[in-house]
Design a binder for this molecule. Structure first.
Ligand code: ATP
Ligand code: MG
Length: 511
């Protein structure tokens, strides 16, 4: 038998006019962690969905454990030990963790589901690979990191020995990502083979045994981790070097665009309740919120944008009191919002790229006049935006459901920035996009700032906060623990404040 558990040779896959994979090659050894990298839309997710039997290939060969698959369905893939954790989770929010794990795969005792047996089986995996989950909590009550562990356990319960993880760390905090890596290493030690998709080269360099690169549907080679570098990988992915250093230009901040006055917000999690927060954002500045995920940043943003009740205090946008006003009213006051979860709040996946781009301005000129839609203006606008933001494919009549993860994110960013509102709230704006697109999105935010927009930035990447912001506010357990100019900030002094410590003249002190 071959040394590979999976072989994919000369794969071609098209969706209508779009050639998602032109020349796909991939091999997986037993017990290795193999990273698959490439720009947004390079064909990574498609390659792995093909391996999981989600679509038929146009041509090529898929060989699983020596068996050449002339036909492949998810059921057949699962029976041969393939498991997949998707870019977008597929858990049922209102069911418990245990119910989700056994869903569609219930061990039967008579006609009833044998939850005791399921619980025992699950506990075995939890112990073996050290992945803590709370079996009786609902999915809606657990963190993203924990939901991901649930997805992994689900694949193991179905007998997977090959596990595909599509951008698992895009939604994780650095701490959660470290935890995932420990689990992946445990799985590898247990003989499992793992496919890891990521845009973060430091992670790829940390966790992989081998790395394969794709560019625009083409296979660009496979290298051993020990024989490559981030620079080498970047060149293979995009054919050039990328510089993420922003030329920051902090002039004079203008009028107050956002004024949060002693705001209190409740939350089901103790650490994320907002307990009296005051902050402001002025025209022409980027204010970054630094904090460990789950310390109130999502609640703060939801309260400002009208998605969560403000219990006490006031929110002023462009001089208007918008406390507890509707999302629509707050937008009209001058707010744009790049939400952290593009699928739940950012995009209507069934609608076309164009309709998503113009959605929030559809009843205004030049997109409609006197109640009549002006389609040619909408088309013209979409064409320009698609070009400016390098959204691929460029056909704006396609539904956003056919976009790759990173390109969907670009649509949300493009729409919100292009409205030209005075206040822009950007939550995790570069989540899931490739380095080229990170560069583009960061430059876009910098440009909006120079044009006079006030930007409030929330990001799990400390490096992003430091390099983009002019001013940084640190939060811990729903309170502001410090504020400084970005020029004075570094991972150490921010990190300490994020843990609830305080910084004193001439040094940092844990508090
Ligand atoms: N169901 C679909 N229908 C139509 N086109 C699709 C579909 N799925 C993917 N595509 C197209 O195939 C190409 C490859 O997409 P894929 O999702 O594999 O990219 P990716 O490498 O995973 O990118 P990302 O890093 O952004 O997630 C893209 O041009 C995408 O728009
Ligand atoms: Mg993808």
């Amino acid at each position: 038998m071959s040394e590979f558990v999976v072989e994919m040779k000369d794969i071609v896959k098209t969706f209508g006019q779009v050639q998602a994979v032109k020349n796909g090659q991939f091999t997986l050894r037993k017990g290795e962690i193999h990273s698959l990298i490439g720009e947004n839309g390079a064909g990574k997710s498609t390659m792995m969905k093909l391996l999981y039997g989600m679509y038929p290939i146009n041509s090529g060969e898929i060989i699983i454990k020596g068996e050449r698959m002339s036909e492949l369905t998810p059921k057949m893939a699962i029976e041969r030990g393939i498991g997949m954790v998707h870019q977008e989770f597929m858990l049922v929010q209102e069911l418990t963790v245990l119910e989700n794990i056994v869903l569609g795969f219930e061990p039967k005792k008579g006609l009833r589901i044998d939850f005791d047996k399921a619980r025992k089986d699950v506990n075995k995996y939890i112990e073996e690979y050290n992945m803590e989950v709370q079996l009786d909590k609902r999915i809606s009550q657990i963190s993203v990191g924990e939901a991901q562990r649930v997805e992994i356990i689900k694949t193991l319960m179905r007998g997977a020995d090959t596990i595909i993880l599509d951008e698992p760390t895009a939604v994780l905090t650095p701490q959660e990502a470290e935890r995932l890596f420990e689990i992946l290493e445990n799985l590898r030690a247990g003989g499992k083979s793992i496919v890891f998709i990521s845009h973060k080269l430091n992670e790829v360099m940390q966790i992989s045994d081998r790395i394969s690169v794709m560019r625009q549907g083409q296979y660009m080679g496979t290298v051993n981790k020990t024989e490559t570098s981030p620079l080498d990988l970047t060149k293979r992915m995009i054919g050039r070097e990328v510089f993420l250093n922003i030329e920051k230009d902090y002039g004079q901040a203008g009028e107050k665009i956002l004024d949060v006055q002693d705001v209190w917000v409740s939350s089901h999690k103790e650490t994320s309740k907002i307990r009296g927060m005051s902050l402001s954002v002025h025209a022409g500045e980027i204010v970054g919120i630094a904090g460990i995920d789950g310390n109130g940043q999502s609640e703060l943003i939801e309260a400002i944008t009208g998605l969560r009740k403000v219990e006490k205090g006031r929110v002023i946008v462009c001089g208007q009191d918008v406390t507890n006003k509707s999302v629509r009213k707050i937008r009209e006051a001058g707010l744009s919002h790049i939400p952290e979860d593009r699928n739940r709040m950012g995009l209507d996946r069934a609608m076309t790229i164009r309709d998503n781009l113009v959605a929030v301005q559809i009843d205004k000129a030049p997109f409609s006049n006197g109640g009549l839609m002006n389609i040619s203006n909408q088309d013209h606008y979409s064409e320009e935006i698609v070009k400016e933001f390098d959204i691929r494919p460029t056909d704006y009549h396609l539904p956003t459901s056919s976009l790759s993860g990173g390109n969907a994110q670009k649509v949300v960013v493009a729409r919100e920035v292009s409205i030209g509102n005075k206040l822009l709230i950007a939550s995790q704006p570069t989540r899931g996009v490739d380095i080229g697109a990170i560069e583009l999105i960061r430059n876009t935010l910098e440009k909006a700032k120079k044009a006079g927009t006030g930007v409030l930035l929330v990001s799990a990447e400390l490096e992003e906060i430091i390099s983009l912001s002019d001013r940084i506010i640190v939060i811990h357990e729903g309170k502001i623990t410090g504020e400084m100019m970005a020029s004075e900030a570094n991972e150490n002094n921010l990190g300490l404040l994020m843990m609830g410590g305080h910084v004193e003249e001439g040094g940092a002190q844990a508090g």
